[in-house]
Design a protein around this ligand. Sequence first.
Ligand code: RRO
Length: 312
Amino acid sequence: MIELKSKIAQFEFENPLMNASGVWCENAEKLDEMKNSSSGSFVTKSATPQLREGNPSPRYVEVPLGSINSMGLPNLGFDFYLNYSLKFQEENPGKINFLSIAGMSMEDNLEMLHKLNDSDFKGLTELNLSCPNVPGKPQIGYDFEATEKILEKAFEFFKKPLGVKLPPYFDFAHFDEMAEILNQFPLAYVNCINSVGNGLYIDTENESVVIKPKDGFGGIGGAYVKPTALANVRAFYTRLNKNIKIIGCGGVESGKDVFEHLLCGAEMVQIGTHLARNGVQVFDKILTELSEIMNQKGYNSIDEFRGKLKSL
Ligand code: RRO
């Protein structure tokens, strides 16, 4: 029997797969499908204190090697995702989900963290520091001082397991600097990576962009971003204290992709563009493929190879 269990903070998951926040998780119908799928867990759409409509459409487009989006944080508001999670945990004792928050300001984030801290929520909270798509709002994760400040403020009172969703970094100096900041805090995990921000996809025939917001600029996901995602998983796995787990996200379409994320050090692996394109049946297929690879290689559990990427 192949063992696929993963662990973050005090929580154990049947397998390492889940959705990427933003995909298949914006409303009750989609979350119910995630809940009933074979994924190990699920995360809710990044929430703001109040409902948001988001940016005008078209705002998510699938392109040959991935996707481009500028959704602009459409969500049903924090209370909806908290209530959904509370009901889920009541109906599924022992099962754990992730709740993502992405305030438009420090105050928004602290307000939602206070509500979570004071609630019966028993899952993992994810602070999204990397939404690339709100016009006029730069990503917190690219502002090292602001990142340190929000984590300082959060950990003054927040007592539940907390993780952060990071943007991709592209320079060793930035991996080093961000890791030094993150290592100061009792984080449960970091999630690498959010979409590669502000790419531009062009429809050559029409000589046009393909999404409406921000003159076509948007976050890139899918196969385009796998090497960047793996690099970020690896860079943080090798720099962070070992009690901070890594969630890998980016370019996962197969069991082989999951295996690569795990080899770089990921504890859990998320699926975004591929899930958006194909629906929740992807989890069964990818779990089968992962088990087959492990079988062929003679691994009985993920712990036998997690993080053990070889250098030359
Ligand atoms: O809603 C979005 O536009 C969005 C968010 Br919050 C995010 O974190 N990443 C992304 O690609 N899109």
